[in-house]
Ligand binder design. Structure first.
Ligand code: FUB
Length: 353
């Protein structure tokens, strides 16, 4: 595989969209999907859960596990970790504790969940008057993906930040990625780091959050959400930052880099108004249906798939299309990933049908 130049390609119109209907979970709000094929041969994903009443990111209080044998029919296995498992004494007047983007992997007969605690300290304000925020990574374990997880490590020493994701290499070494481009080897006990955290060189400076690594034909692909996402002026359709908000990827021959920037991996809905999918019942799509995005990649029966999220469902439900949906009520979607002959990724266009 040769990967030479930076590719900023347009979506390939010949790429068939994943045909089974997006978003894939419609009975509740889900985000931050982390998909893996588990030993039973099914695709499992753990997801964050957004509040039914749009309480915002501070009201994300549990994870659900879902499974599918065909990526068409998904079973909801219910909540597998709750905020009360993490902090039974939360006093919302003092702090807001939230569970943000998790990951779960299988190792030696058990399932290990890596989850970020995000705490807004309501009574501890920064100079700008906003609450201080702390975040770190914990570990929980279960014998079964459809059973509750039990916390075995409240905080992995040396971690600070959100969005843990775990990658197991072909030689069985496990790597933990999190926060602002951090990565380290995970110890065999699964609850400590086995190397000093390294700030990854990803060949560019637009990282915001949501790291995820997958490997294909000896190449490590590191995808992430670009840092313009939270700063877009949603009232200004011409805000140039809109075009900079997407999942990007970088690639390397090593899981710890250095990586080269590959370009866009996932255009967000409405990135190209003329060519993108249309919103049902409308002849156009909004520029942006979600404030965040978060990528997870799984290979299933020889095909790679990208899991991401949009706010399409909340838009449908609440007829808030004109307001671009409820930004913190998100829903997991799936589309297939295709590659160029040189190993570069063909950007995935989000779909809403
Ligand atoms: O879901 C809460 C946060 O929003 C996640 O941790 C980020 O990746 C973004 O999806």
């Amino acid at each position: 595989v040769t990967m030479s130049s930076t590719v900023i390609a347009k979506p390939n119109k010949n790429t068939k969209p994943y045909p089974y209907g997006n978003p894939v979970i419609t009975h509740m709000y889900t985000a931050d999907a982390s998909p893996h094929v588990m030993p039973d041969g099914r695709v499992w994903m753990v997801t964050s859960v957004d509040h039914e009443k749009s309480g915002g990111y501070s009201t994300m209080h549990k994870y659900h596990n879902f499974s599918s044998a065909d990526m068409v029919n998904w079973i909801d296995h219910g909540p597998v970790l709750n905020i009360t498992d993490v902090n039974p004494n939360e006093d919302p007047k003092v702090d807001d504790w939230a569970l943000w983007a998790p990951d779960v992997i299988y190792r030696n007969g058990k399932y290990y969940m890596y989850y970020p605690i995000h705490i807004r300290h309501r009574q501890d304000l920064r100079p700008n008057g906003k609450p201080k925020v702390t975040s770190y990574i914990g570990v929980a374990v279960s014998d079964s993906m459809d059973k509750p997880f039990t916390i075995i490590q409240p905080k992995i020493p040396g971690t600070q930040g959100i969005d843990p994701s775990v990658f197991i290499d072909d030689d069985d070494q496990i790597y933990l990625y999190w926060g602002s481009q951090w990565a380290a080897k995970l110890a065999d006990n699964m609850v400590e780091l086995a190397s000093e955290p390294v700030k990854l060189d990803i060949g560019t400076d637009n990282f915001m959050e949501a790291p995820w690594v997958h490997k294909r034909q000896g190449v490590y692909y590191f995808n992430y959400h670009t840092k313009y996402g939270n700063k877009i002026d949603r009232n200004n359709p011409d805000d140039p930052k809109r075009a900079k908000s997407h999942l990007d990827y970088s690639y390397s021959t090593s899981p710890m880099g250095p990586f080269k920037h590959g370009g866009i991996m996932n255009y967000e809905l409405g990135y190209e108004v003329d060519n993108g999918p249309k919103f049902p019942g409308k002849d156009y799509v909004p520029w942006r249906l979600t404030q965040s995005n978060h990528g997870g990649v799984v290979e299933f029966h020889g095909q790679d798939y990208l899991f991401y999220h949009t706010s399409a469902l909340s838009s449908w439900r609440q007829d808030e299309f004109e307001n671009m949906g409820t930004w913190t009520q998100r829903s997991v979607s799936i589309d297939r990933i295709d590659y160029n002959a040189d190993g570069t990724l063909i950007p995935v266009q989000q779909t809403i049908e």
